[in-house]
Design a binder for this molecule. Structure first.
Ligand SMILES: *Cc1c(COP(=O)(O)O)cnc(C)c1O
Length: 227
């Protein structure tokens, strides 16, 4: 569904208002970045959001990321990869030079990605994805292993610039459980801040205000803007 500028402005204003309210509850110095997840929506809506001032966009598939980056090449947008990365798509992703790859989900992928980055004499900013709700359907490292794996990636993968962590909140209506998955991830992030981590990516359309109250400083919002 292609939305007109006023419809999108109203939705964006609502999200920004909610972000403001949640972040001020944490601290007036707590800054939160909004990354618009465009995977469900038409490229026209991305262009309209750009006109409204939004700059950071995310996709969960390399092919779609490529199509959109190409279609919107004239705009100075920042692109994030947020979906599971198949090994046979690594080279394609490197060539797209995303601002941030948020879904580095294990040592295996880190080593494969590092090797290909080395071969292309390139670097990539990444977040380590944590499966904080321990859900089989989700990728990511376990919260118990996250700290050690983060160190291992830093030591063994010099072409990967780790910037922090990403998680998807527990898939449930029980806000206590969602909160727990955010708190678990944020406590790992706090330890990693001493290692230079600056990004704690948590929160989607249904749970971003809760995520911000748990310390998130980057939220990934899709359907709240387009439905
Ligand atoms: C799709 C997706 C989002 C956005 O989801 P909404 O509920 O539409 O806001 C955020 N993060 C990831 C990893 C996603 O795949």
């Amino acid at each position: 569904m292609i939305l007109d500028k006023e419809q999108l402005r109203a939705k964006l204003d609502k999200v920004i208002w909610n972000i403001e309210e949640a972040r001020i509850a944490v601290s007036e110095y707590h800054i939160v970045k909004l990354v618009t997840i465009a995977k469900y929506t038409e490229v026209e809506n991305i262009a309209t959001l750009y006109e409204l001032g939004q700059r950071a966009f995310g996709e969960n598939q390399v092919q779609q990321l490529k199509e959109r980056m190409t279609a919107l090449d004239e705009f100075p947008l920042e692109w994030h990869m947020i979906g599971t990365l198949q090994k046979n798509k690594i080279n394609n992703l490197i060539d797209l030079r995303p601002s941030l790859m948020q879904s580095l989900d294990g040592m295996d992928l880190a080593e494969a990605l590092n090797k290909k980055l080395e071969a292309k004499n390139s670097k990539m900013n990444c977040l380590l994805q944590i499966n904080s709700a321990k859900e089989k359907s989700k990728s990511g490292v376990s919260s118990e292993e996250a700290f050690d794996i983060y160190q291992q990636v830093k030591e063994n993968c010099p072409n990967i610039d780790l910037k922090g962590v990403m998680t998807i909140g527990a898939h449930t209506n029980d806000s206590k459980l969602i909160q727990k998955s955010f708190e678990t991830t944020h406590s790992i992030y706090e330890k990693l801040e001493k290692e230079g981590a600056t990004i704690c990516s948590m929160g989607m359309s249904s749970d971003y205000t809760l995520a911000i109250k748990c310390g998130s400083n980057l939220i990934r919002v899709g359907s709240a803007l387009f439905k």
